[in-house]
Design a protein around this ligand. Structure first.
Ligand code: GLA
Length: 750
């Protein structure tokens, strides 16, 4: 036994703490079914357990991670609440070579040795416990304040870190992770699931073992489209495998829209470190003397019953705690993009409004192509080559402006919204002509450009840039009465790395300061226009992250609107993000991205499993299709509360199979909706194994009713009333015939 371990202190505290942090040297941070335990050893704070609930004080103390033995002594490390480079030196045989925080002090010294000054709970919202650990370097006046905020009913813990440089000169942060938890190897195997992808194929799930001596790292280096490649989230299975319903899983998501990195490192002996934070690969962040910095929030959860529960915990937390209005039902909308691209007149848009109104939609959104003036007008000829940065209506295209359109929408009983891309500028714009120094650019090098051969990114670290964009957007929005929605797009990365605003010593601060600036602007707009819904878009799903979702109500899941592709994309995004945030639009066929032709029913059945919308010109639809669409929208409005606000149960994964299924269940399990999608059925057969339903009240009886029916029905017990128990145990008997056949069932408790 480690003689220096303050066993008695932990035991006493655990005994004293009932659901909240205790006093003294150790804490149990409790949620409904999980516990995160901390204690102070030799002055440093350690995290000694994170996982399923611990109720017994004595057991918790006996089993604390601190006390693990084995492995090679030289390499043995203690668990840490915040693993820092240079910490863990009491053992006298080395220190932590990893660590999520690396500080080069003002005098050039490279290590950090944190000692805990004070731990306390601070007042916070009802239903949360907010623990604050205050630490500083043993020698240098460098301070670390770590926050852990337990959101009890969701089993989610939010954590973030404030750093304060009390030294006489600037310090350099070589790594500045928000979370760096070190712990003993809790099982022989570890597996990491993450979502990766590219334009048109976001959210593709992959899972990889984390072997001895290995680091699995995901990240984004793009600056803007932070979720375009990998998503800033992961599920770590502790053990050989987990499923939707079984296995120990830690789920984590970094709430950040800038460059980021997440890694799971497993050493050659028995130590594991999870790290997540803003990325510093452009160079160390320079924190000036006397300055503080708050690092992005990281949210984590633990499930002892598989990945499905991780998702449900995150969805609930997102709706109730993270998103600005997560409990609000999202409208059925039509976005003009795929229906008209840049080629529209006011008449075209009015016709679209008529169409979406007829189908039962509630909101019309004008996409790209409405702005820019004179030689920089974004018209049908110049398209995406000009105009970004000039947020003024093109009067030739829209003589009555955005307020005219909003009025037309209102006449039809629709709400109105528009598209904007505020972080970007075309080199062909009035803004760039006046302020080339406002673009992110490198000294002494030409500006690299992206889309349209002229697009680049504005320097949001510069308050003057943000002020200009705020004034432009404010001038626009304030003139549109009843503005309901803004689509915030961002279609470029940091093609250049350099800021005219930051001085030579602070150039590497750009990626971080950019994102802080972005949030500053979003917060200002949201405060001024609280009733306006915001969609996060970034060339499709490039901005699917919980940093942006602090300000946004939903995200555009992908520019790929092929329903078959969307089954996979939305499946991947559903791992962490709730259905109310996933924008899914029914579009025309052949699909504009993949050329695939799928039945209209299949397109509805897929889009209705998230936030339903349209991206087509209703004028091109046949009377029969319009009638079907009308029926689907009416059904969607009925199932919408359950889909958008219910609990998700993923039943059959599309990955590797010929079909997929999931279901949503409302709060009191009185209503459920089951979605079944056939993919390409390689060998002819109607057979699909019965869908073992989840989340139902076993004692209740449910009436099964198929909706969105065209001709064929897909279930032989359609119309019957069956017990929740039987539907769970024996499953719902279903069938599919042919490629892209699909079905939706509504279950209503009788
Ligand atoms: C991006 C978005 C699309 C659309 C276009 C407009 O690609 O992802 O939805 O808004 O820009 O240019």
């Amino acid at each position: 036994m480690n003689a220096t371990f303050r066993f008695a202190a932990l035991a006493a505290c655990v005994a004293a703490s009932a659901g909240a942090a205790g006093a003294g040297e150790a804490f149990l941070l409790q949620t409904k079914s999980t516990t995160m335990a901390f204690c102070r050893e030799n002055g440093s704070w350690n995290m000694v357990h994170y996982g399923a609930k611990v109720e017994s004080a004595a057991d918790a103390a006996d089993l604390a991670w601190n006390r693990w033995t084995g492995g090679h002594k030289y390499e043995q490390r203690r668990p840490a609440a915040y693993a820092a480079y240079g910490g863990d030196r009491e053992r006298g045989y080395g220190f932590n070579k990893w660590g999520g925080l690396q500080v080069t002090h003002a005098d050039g010294s490279l290590t950090l040795h944190l000692v805990g000054k004070k731990a306390e709970t601070v007042p916070d919202a009802p239903g949360t416990t907010h623990l604050v650990l205050r630490q500083r370097d043993r020698v240098y006046p460098f301070h670390v304040v770590q926050h852990f905020r337990a959101v009890e009913t969701c089993d989610v813990i939010e954590t973030w870190v404030e750093l304060k440089n009390g030294e006489a000169g600037a310090v350099r942060l070589g790594r500045m992770d928000s979370f760096a938890m070190g712990f003993p190897l809790l099982a022989d195997g570890f597996r990491m699931q993450y979502a990766t992808g590219q334009w048109g194929a976001e959210g593709q799930l992959r899972e990889t073992p984390v072997e001895r001596g290995q680091t699995v790292e995901i990240g984004s280096r793009s600056g803007v489209r932070d979720a375009f490649g990998n998503n800033a989230s992961f599920m770590l299975t502790i053990g050989e495998a987990s499923t939707e319903t079984a296995g120990r899983v830690i789920g984590g998501a970094l709430c950040w829209s800038g460059t980021w990195g997440i890694s799971v490192q497993r050493d050659n002996c028995d130590y594991v470190e999870i790290r997540a934070g803003a990325d510093t690969s452009a160079g160390a962040y320079v924190l000036d003397a006397g300055k503080s910095i708050t690092l992005p929030k990281f949210a984590l959860t633990f499930s002892a019953s598989g990945k499905g529960q991780v998702s449900r915990n995150f969805h609930r937390w997102a709706r109730e705690w993270q998103m600005p209005a997560g409990g609000k039902l999202r409208p059925v909308l039509l976005n003009s993009w795929e229906g008209s691209y840049f080629s529209f007149t006011e008449q075209v848009l009015h016709d679209m409004m008529d169409g979406v109104k007829e189908m039962g939609g509630e909101l019309f959104v004008l996409d790209d192509g409405w702005f820019g003036t004179g030689k920089y007008a974004r018209d049908n000829v110049h398209r995406d080559k000009v105009g970004l940065g000039d947020w003024v209506v093109n009067p030739e295209k829209l003589p009555n402006g955005l307020s005219g359109l909003s009025g037309e929408a209102k006449k039809r009983g629709l709400k109105f919204g528009f598209w904007v891309e505020p972080e970007m500028v075309n080199t062909n714009s009035w803004l760039y002509s006046a302020h080339p120094e406002w673009a992110i650019r490198e000294r002494n090098r030409p500006v690299n450009v992206g889309r349209g051969g002229s697009q680049t990114v504005l320097d949001y670290s510069n308050p003057a840039v943000r002020e200009n964009i705020f004034s432009q957007l404010d001038a626009l929005c304030s003139k549109i009465p009843d503005l309901a929605y803004v689509k915030w797009d961002a279609n470029a990365d940091f093609f250049n790395m350099g800021s005219s605003h930051l001085d030579a010593a602070h150039q590497a601060n750009l990626p971080f300061d950019y994102t802080v600036g972005l949030y500053d602007l979003l917060a200002k707009l949201r405060a001024k226009y609280p009733g306006v819904d915001l969609q996060a878009c970034s060339s499709g799903g490039g901005r699917v992250d919980y940093g942006f979702l602090r300000y946004a109500d939903e995200f555009w899941a992908s520019d790929d609107t092929d329903a078959r592709e969307r089954v996979f994309i939305q499946w991947g995004e559903s791992q962490f993000y709730p259905a109310c945030a996933i924008a899914a639009h029914v579009t025309d066929v052949p699909n504009h991205q993949t050329k695939r032709v799928t039945p209209l029913k299949f397109r509805f059945d897929v889009a209705m499993s998230a936030r339903l919308g349209f991206e087509l010109h209703p004028k091109n639809m046949s009377a029969e299709d319009l009638a079907f669409a009308k029926k689907c929208v009416a059904s969607y409005k009925r199932i919408r509360p359950t889909v958008q606000q219910g609990d998700l149960y993923r039943l059959v994964s599309p990955c590797g199979g010929s079909h997929a299924a999931l279901m949503y269940v409302n709060g009191d399990a009185s209503h459920a909706v089951v979605f079944l999608w056939g993919l390409v059925r390689a060998n002819w057969s109607n057979f699909v194994p019965p869908l073992a339903l989840q989340g139902l009240d076993k004692a209740k009886a449910y009436k099964v009713r198929e909706i969105n029916v065209v001709k064929e029905r897909h279930c032989r017990v359609d119309g019957k009333t069956l017990r929740g128990e039987s539907l769970t145990s024996m499953g719902l008997p279903v069938r599919l015939r042919g490629d892209y056949d699909s079905a939706v069932f509504e279950l209503t408790a009788q």
